[in-house]
Design a binder for this molecule. Structure first.
Ligand code: MG
Length: 347
């Protein structure tokens, strides 16, 4: 991990060095044998198995775009930055090896406040707690002063050669499954937005003072759980033909899978596992649930739960045909084309 500065005084330099050494010592506590050399040199050295390939993904979190400094607890921002990358590894059935983080922060977020620990320390509380759960050491990165808070995370995973779960493997006749519940993150974000706008929050203290009761209702949004054990299970059993993680929304990500596999799909509305408090619209079009969507042939014996997370059969894969929509929703009223309405950048 290195730092880039504009002109800085010796005192500033000292505080940066102490910040870095704090991060380094906290990160080193969770290292694994897959990291031969972590933070401290010019590069990290990673050790892989003899017949493994690397799975690499990168995710950008920008203040005002992916999180709000005055809404989100810093622990949640750190957790979500890592969760997004881990979820991509889960979708490929990859085992996490290491994380790399480039962080750009306004100076005030690195300072301890009268109310307690600094924003950056609390950010790392959230990030490193999730990293420990999934045995994902933080093996390097970069730190710079920036006019806006921005976190760019790179996740490196390992997967046996030729065995990664891909978006492109779904075949007509396959059944469509999802992990966990849908719409919880969108419902939580809506609640958080309502709470932030409420007149009981004068001047929007930074970040909002969220009660424990409200925090429980916001868990799916603030602290989504990447489905690493479920992705590993599916890859090891060889049951899934294709997989993708639900970062944008069911409607958007299923469309991605269909395009990559050159197939179409139908979702059944009735069995959809809608999160308590969420609507059907949020389950279909809300993003950031970080559940896995996967396909398997009808002969595959898919259990009702994998590593403690329920699995629901939610539809089927069909061949492309003239006049057939890419994705359709089947309800008691009939079949309707389902237009992707999830998160799309530059749209
Ligand atoms: Mg993804």
């Amino acid at each position: 991990m290195t730092t880039r500065r504009t002109a800085s005084s010796p005192a500033t330099k000292l505080s940066e060095l102490s910040l870095l050494s704090q991060i380094r010592s906290r990160a080193s506590r969770a290292s694994t044998s897959a990291v031969s050399l972590g933070i401290g040199d010019d590069c990290a050295l990673l050790r892989l198995g003899p017949s493994e390939e690397l799975a690499v993904t990168t995710d950008l979190s920008i203040a005002g775009r992916h999180f709000q400094l005055d809404w989100h607890p810093p622990e949640s921002v750190g957790h979500r930055a890592l969760a997004r990358g881990l979820s991509d590894l889960a979708a490929m059935g990859a085992r996490p090896v290491a994380a790399f983080l480039s962080l750009g922060l306004p100076r005030e977020l690195t300072k301890s406040s009268a109310r307690g620990r600094s924003w950056i320390n609390r950010f790392f509380d959230g990030l490193l707690a999730l990293a420990e759960i999934h045995r994902t050491p933080l093996a390097g990165g970069d730190l710079a002063e920036s006019p806006i808070a921005i976190a760019d995370i790179v996740l490196v995973g390992a997967v046996p050669r030729g065995k990664a779960l891909l978006r492109s493997g779904a075949r007509p006749g396959d059944l469509l499954y999802g992990t966990g519940k849908l719409g919880g993150a969108a419902a939580g974000l809506a609640r958080l937005a309502d709470f932030a706008a409420a007149p009981t929050q004068p001047g929007h203290p930074k970040p909002l003072n969220i009660s424990e009761n409200l925090a429980t209702q916001l868990t799916s949004h603030l602290y989504p759980q990447p489905r690493i054990p479920q992705g590993l299970w599916l890859r090891q059993r060889g049951l899934a033909t294709a997989a993708i993680d639900l970062s944008d929304s069911l409607s958007t990500d299923l469309a991605h899978l269909c395009i990559e596999s050159s197939v179409t799909a139908e979702i059944d509305a009735a069995p959809l596992p809608i999160h308590p408090g969420a609507t059907l619209q949020q389950a279909l079009h809300g993003g950031e649930d970080y559940e896995l969507l996967f396909t398997a042939p009808p002969s595959a014996r898919i259990p009702q739960s994998i590593a403690g997370v329920p699995i629901t059969r939610i539809g089927r894969i069909l061949s492309p045909r003239k006049g057939r929509p890419l994705v359709a929703l089947v309800t008691a009223q009939g079949k309707h084309p389902l237009t992707p309405e999830g998160w799309e950048h530059f749209s």
